[in-house]
Design a protein around this ligand. Structure first.
Ligand code: UD1
Ligand code: CA
Length: 453
């Protein structure tokens, strides 16, 4: 039977003390709400509707292009009222699963288990046992079945002692849900339409309500403030690193790595402390990432080593390369196999063919470098005249001396040698020495200036 997922995301999140709506707060590099949407897509939901309100159109705008339905809840009158906003366009015959935009760590497996736990015209609520259930709705059972939920503020002392809490996640038949929602009132301590009150309405309607327990409270944790956001971040990182270790990736310290996106690893990859991976990153077999590296949207070839303190973004390396320490690869840096890039070297929108080395203090921008080229220390490709950018090409086997400026557009032929300290602005022919330097002079009798007394 088709499943509609309704994600409640209209709340403000006052306790975040942020200009960003709560569901837009980033967790592992993407908004809280995106995690819930991605999980919904992964369980194969047929229809996903987000109830939004606080933050206005900024929330739907941030999700433009994703297959989502949006329902505005202009005033936040409670979780029951929020679900009601999504119902007019929800097909009567569907099952509805309700999720919260600020409960991002639910696993698809748990949601599938919840769906499988009840019949098409029954209700299932996801619960969990909590040592300190303060603040949550308590699940009241009779003869093992769930009969109602009572919110903290309405609970008696006896009910408060119940440790099984309501996660807020539930599954119900859409047609019957509409009727129960119409039956809600707001006569409670918060003056809100509580979604949770549909449980007792359903029971009165002879509808079976199943309580399904999640394995850990971490999955159902709601994010209300920056402390809980940080706690959720650590929990999610631990989960991601655990998966990678199970696949055979080695970490110096599983607690000191951050993955904000997807990290694909080959065999025998080793990652030292404080590596941050953002966007889509892939590491080939036997790659070694040393400490303090940021790698974003990049591919690192097999057996390549990235020494400490590199910043790599939108770049690709071949196999057996050596990068860093202190290298910066910018978007469009493409290295073939066996390339070496050393300390304080920046490479942008450039290709470097196999066996070439750029080892020290160099800027390579908008350049194509051939095979087995040696670029000397302090070389700069002058690719920008203040208005436009131009390319530099360097042929195979060229040798660029130290401190050379290559003023683009300019070509250096294969096998050419450029003398140290030259400013090259015209073609440098293949297999010849080209240099551009003023004659060295020595001034006889010259004295250093003296300090005035
Ligand atoms: C809710 C449940 C409680 C459960 C807890 C789990 C109710 C009445 N209570 O309480 O049983 O233990 O979640 O975290 O449902 N929202 C809207 N519009 C509204 C009100 C809320 O979109 O008018 C959204 C919020 O943005 C939030 C979610 O619904 O994402 C939950 O609302 P919140 O007010 O935090 O409910 P709780 O009091 O935590
Ligand atoms: Ca809450």
């Amino acid at each position: 039977m088709a499943v509609s997922i309704i994600i409640l995301a209209a709340g403000q999140g006052k306790r975040m003390h942020s200009l960003l709506p709560k569901v837009m707060q980033p967790l592992a590099g993407k908004p809280l709400l995106q995690h819930v949407v991605d999980t919904s897509v992964r369980i194969g939901a047929d229809d996903i509707c987000v109830v939004y309100g606080h933050g206005g159109d900024a929330v739907p705008a941030a999700f433009a292009g994703q297959k989502l339905r949006w329902a505005l809840q202009a005033e936040q009158l409670g979780t029951g009222h929020a679900v009601q906003q999504a119902m007019p366009e929800t097909p009567e015959g569907n099952r509805v699963m309700i999720l919260f935009g600020d409960v991002p760590l639910l696993r698809p497996e748990t949601l599938s288990r919840l769906l499988d736990s009840c019949g098409a015209d029954e209700i299932a609520v996801l619960t969990v046992d909590m040592q300190d259930p303060f603040g949550y709705g308590r699940i009241i059972r009779e003869g093992g079945n769930v009969v109602r939920n009572v919110e903290e503020k309405e609970a008696t002392a006896e009910e408060r002692a119940v440790t099984e809490i309501n996660s807020g996640v539930m599954v119900c038949p859409a047609g019957r849900l509409k009727g129960w929602l119409d039956g809600l009132d707001n006569r409670n301590s918060q003056g809100e339409y509580y979604l949770t009150d549909i449980i007792s309405l359903a029971v009165a309607d002879s509808c079976m309500v199943h309580g399904v327990k999640a394995d850990s409270w971490v999955e159902v944790m709601g994010i209300n403030d920056k402390k809980q956001l940080a706690e959720a971040e650590r929990a999610l990182q631990a989960r991601l690193v655990d998966e990678l270790m199970t696949q055979g990736v080695g970490f110096a310290d599983p607690a000191r790595v951050d993955i904000r996106g997807s990290l694909n690893c080959g065999k025998d990859v080793y990652i030292d402390v404080n590596a941050v991976f953002e966007g889509e990153v892939s590491l080939g077999d036997n790659v070694r990432i040393e400490s303090n590296n940021l790698i974003r949207d990049s591919q690192i070839g097999s057996s390549t080593i990235v020494h400490s303190n590199c910043h790599i973004e939108g770049a690709k390396t071949g196999d057996d390369c050596e990068i860093g320490p202190f290298s910066r690869l910018r978007p469009g840096a493409e290295l073939a196999d066996n390339v070496k890039v050393g300390n304080f070297v920046e490479i942008k929108k450039s290709t470097i063919a196999s066996g070439s080395k750029v080892n020290h203090l160099t800027y390579i921008g908008d350049t194509d470098i051939g095979k087995d080229v040696n670029v000397g220390a302090g070389t700069i490709t002058c690719n920008y005249d203040g208005a436009n950018k131009y390319r530099t090409t360097i042929g195979d086997n060229a040798f660029i001396g130290s401190g050379v400026e290559l003023v683009a557009p300019v070509d250096v032929g294969a096998g050419a040698t450029i003398g140290a300290g030259s400013t090259i602005s015209k073609f440098a022919p293949a297999d010849a020495l080209t240099l551009e330097r003023a004659k060295q002079v020595t001034v006889p009798g010259w004295k250093r200036p003296k300090k005035k007394s």
